[in-house]
Design a protein around this ligand. Structure first.
Ligand code: MV4
Length: 489
């Protein structure tokens, strides 16, 4: 590690996470450097920093993913620390090492900890040895070893993670074919054909524990996030606390997560993922060695600023001695994607003609866009995260439903109305969630046209500028056809 005070932070990312981190740096009184591709030179994150370095063409491969360009940008601007955000280079151990070798502060975990958790076969072994419960399984895929696990089993790639290349096997006869195709896919995707097998849990919850380590040997757990609602391994809704995690279960999962982090010498923010089975047993799945997209629900429920804590720890200071030990509120986050739920959730591109964020008590929006932003094929289609906090889960849920109804995105189709309907399903209201729910659940169809689109169309028509009228028509060609307007309060 290279933890010491720093003055100027380069944020090696774009979009909402770059905005989030740059804002935290500014609040901490630090100087800031943004980097941008040529497509992002006038993006929100690029305008937020004291200085901007343009990296290269729009393609992330030629800009945000080029380690040498990021290091050059730090040198040219005199930045003495780098925050990677999430995605891009955030879990690249070689990049973290290069940052440290350049004499800069890396606002992230030690490269050795990133490496230790990167490959799943060795990390599973190491976690098992450290007393962290892992799913019963085997790294030996011979029939004798697999027979000991029992059906169904799941075959996974050691170099995978996040569900890529998984195969569920329900009978002996499918086994050889599944192993063969999984191996081919792992080799092609990661250049590493190593596989392992686990007992397949049919309806687990995905519960992850936020951990934080400092350079003085302290590691703490800051509660769980329930992330069971995913569509094709893309998270849609997250919340903290989980509706099913009791204080005693939280204590046991926290203890396992802290043991996992300590085993690899973890420092800074990280997340330990677990599967929670229907009988209350839980198993280590993988560790994400970065700040996560869904960190705001922990911040809102626990009353913390995790990015500020990252800066503290990277500067070599100890974690505060008065961190909370239990959540003080409930928070739920909905991810707003540029995608069309009526058309197979196809990613959408185009210009966001009108964008309006909801406000109000307990409502927070993390976003990197504004009216006029381009949504392109080059980057993630997530536009914003809308987060609501309440004293109870139900209060947070109602606030989020209301906030989503006041979120206006015109010009590009989004999942905002689908998210709202998802949050109103009896399953979500009851908190009856598992990782396969979204593949079974029928989210009721949208009434045509959605009231919020009508109201927004009426509003922009009333304002009467040409761009807004075009925006209204782009989304709903004839805003008067339905006859009635409902104006949202
Ligand atoms: C599993 C599982 C059931 N049993 N492993 C998918 C993402 C990757 N991190 C691991 N995943 C799973 N591993 C065993 N032994 C079910 C999943 C899974 C899942 C996990 C978390 C969130 C959503 C999911 C959706 C489908 C499957």
């Amino acid at each position: 590690m290279n933890a010491r005070p720093f003055r100027k932070v380069l944020v090696a990312n774009r979009g909402e996470i770059a905005v989030r981190v740059l804002t935290a740096c500014r609040t901490a009184g630090l100087a800031t450097v943004a980097v941008a591709s040529e497509a992002d030179v006038s993006a929100r994150h690029a305008r937020l920093a004291d200085e901007l370095v343009v990296l290269g063409p729009a393609s992330a491969r030629e800009s945000y993913l080029v380690a040498a360009k990021i290091l050059d940008a730090a040198r040219a601007t005199g930045a003495d620390a780098i925050h990677p955000g999430f995605g891009f280079l955030s879990e690249n151990a070689a990049f973290a090492r290069a940052v440290l070798d350049a004499g800069l502060v890396w606002i992230g975990p030690p490269p050795a900890a990133i490496e230790a958790m990167g490959l799943k076969v060795p990390s599973r072994e190491r976690m098992k040895a450290a007393g962290v419960p892992v799913v019963p399984g085997s790294h030996d895929l011979s029939p004798e070893h697999l027979a000991g696990i029992g059906m169904p089993i799941v075959i996974k790639a050691s170099a995978g993670g996040g569900g890529k290349g998984m195969r569920v096997v329900r009978s002996e006869s499918e086994l050889a074919g599944a192993i063969e195709s999984c191996r081919r896919e792992a080799e092609a995707a990661f250049g590493d054909p190593t596989l392992y097998a686990e007992r397949y849990l049919e309806r687990p919850r995905h519960i992850e524990i936020q951990v934080f380590g400092d350079t003085h040997g302290r590691v703490v757990a800051l509660g769980e996030r329930e992330c069971s609602l995913q569509r094709r391994h893309q998270k849609v809704v997250e919340e903290s606390p989980s509706p099913v995690v009791t204080p005693s279960l939280r204590a046991r999962m926290s203890e396992a997560a802290v043991a996992a982090a300590k085993e690899v010498g973890y420092v800074n923010a990280g997340t330990v993922e677990f599967l929670l089975d229907t009988d209350g047993s839980f198993f280590f799945l993988e560790m994400n060695t970065r700040l996560q997209v869904e960190h705001p629900v922990t911040e809102e429920a626990w009353g913390l600023d995790l990015v500020a804590l990252q800066l503290t720890v990277a500067a070599g200071e100890p974690l505060p001695s008065d961190l909370p030990t239990a959540p003080a509120a409930h928070a739920i986050e909905g991810r707003l994607y540029a995608e069309d739920p009526e058309n197979g959730f196809l990613p959408q591109i185009g210009t966001v003609l009108v964008y309006e964020e909801p406000g109000g008590p307990g409502v927070r929006v993390d976003s990197g866009i504004e009216s006029g932003s381009e949504v392109s094929v080059h980057y993630d289609p997530m536009l914003a995260k809308v987060v609501a906090r309440g004293r109870t889960r139900e209060e947070a849920r109602r606030r989020l439903v209301d906030a989503l109804g006041r979120t206006v995105v015109l010009g590009v189709a989004t999942n905002v109305s689908w998210l709202k309907r998802l949050l109103e399903t009896p399953e979500f209201v009851r908190g009856d969630l598992d990782t396969s729910l979204l593949s079974r659940l029928e989210v009721p169809p949208s009434p045509e046209p959605p009231a919020e689109v009508l109201a927004a169309a009426a509003g922009v028509l009333a304002v009467g500028d040409g761009r807004s009228v075009a925006a209204a028509h782009a989304v709903f060609p004839d805003p008067f056809a339905a006859g009635t307007f409902r104006v949202l309060g």
